[in-house]
Design a protein around this ligand. Structure first.
Ligand SMILES: O=C[C@H](O)[C@H](O)[C@H](O)COP(=O)(O)O
Length: 271
């Protein structure tokens, strides 16, 4: 089965298992895999007339509109509204469902949409399924204010990143790539990151200087002035956040992976 077909298979199962029949608010992520989620929503024959779909960027909004669904920007949803579910792709997912996102330059809106949802569901193909983050995918995308970019590069190097770099356009237009917020993306390589289970088992990283635990690295990058958001999605899941009196979490409750043999593999969070 092709990678595209495997993404389609994963999307179909994820929508069948997690799309509430009476959904009023649904978050729609970015990238190539989310296209199949929207396709599956349409194919399910649900009544979507009263459902509002919250995009995570320009591509996501166009996807919703072109599917004949109703897009409502994040800043236009009524105060106190909690999304029933948010679907999105990922660049890599570890054993504990921590994710790397932002390979397609979307991460800030993806994070606020995920964190406004009762449950965040990840859909991907088998290449994204790894025991630890940065096993196959090699860098953490970080969205930064252009004026602070060189400062952030220096701070990332101090945290142990080897040769972080401002992402440039792949088109003929030269210069740094701009996000939907008109910010830059810095791609910061780090070695494979430790999970909570690794830390509990006493593992201490690569043996060299630096921060290698998922949540701690995310926390330290987020603290750098000039950083809008970091492409590590870790910490609480939606249900865990709600149990703690909050709304949603940035870690998915479940991740669906389309496998080369046509099956769909599922990882579920500890909730
Ligand atoms: O920046 C892009 C987003 O985080 C995507 O969700 C992520 O890169 C996965 O994209 P794809 O489904 O194309 O692999």
């Amino acid at each position: 089965m092709s990678v595209e077909e495997s993404k389609r298979a994963a999307a179909k199962v994820a929508v069948a298992n997690h799309y509430p029949k009476d959904a009023k608010w649904v978050g729609i992520g970015s990238g190539t895999t989310i296209v199949y989620v929207v396709e599956a929503i349409k194919a399910a024959g649900l009544d979507t007339a009263l459902t509002r779909y919250v995009p995570t960027g320009y591509q996501s909004r166009q996807l919703i509109i072109n599917a004949g669904l109703t897009a409502v920007e994040f800043d236009a949803i009524p105060a106190g509204t909690v999304l029933d579910v948010a679907f999105d792709g990922a660049d890599e997912v570890d054993d504990e469902l921590n994710c790397i996102k932002g390979g397609g330059a979307c991460l800030f809106q993806e994070k606020i949409v995920a964190m406004q949802a009762k449950q965040f569901i990840c859909v991907a193909d088998s290449r994204k399924l790894q025991p630890r983050l940065l096993s196959s995918w090699k860098y953490v995308p970080v969205e930064v204010a252009p004026i602070a970019a060189y400062r952030v590069l220096r701070k990332l190097t101090a945290l142990g990143s080897v040769k972080p770099a401002i992402r440039t356009n792949v088109s003929s237009k030269e210069g740094p790539l701009k996000t939907d917020q008109d910010f830059f993306i810095i791609d910061a390589p780090f070695p494979p990151l430790l999970t909570e289970a690794d830390v509990a088992a006493g593992k201490d990283g690569s043996g060299t200087a630096g921060v290698w635990e998922v949540k701690e690295l995310a926390r330290q990058i987020k603290q750098i002035s000039g950083v809008l958001e970091v492409g590590i999605f870790s910490g609480l899941t939606g249900p865990q956040a709600q149990a703690a009196g909050g709304i949603g979490g940035q870690r998915p409750v479940a991740a669906y992976f389309g496998m080369p043999d046509g099956t769909v593999s599922v990882r579920k969070a500890d909730v």
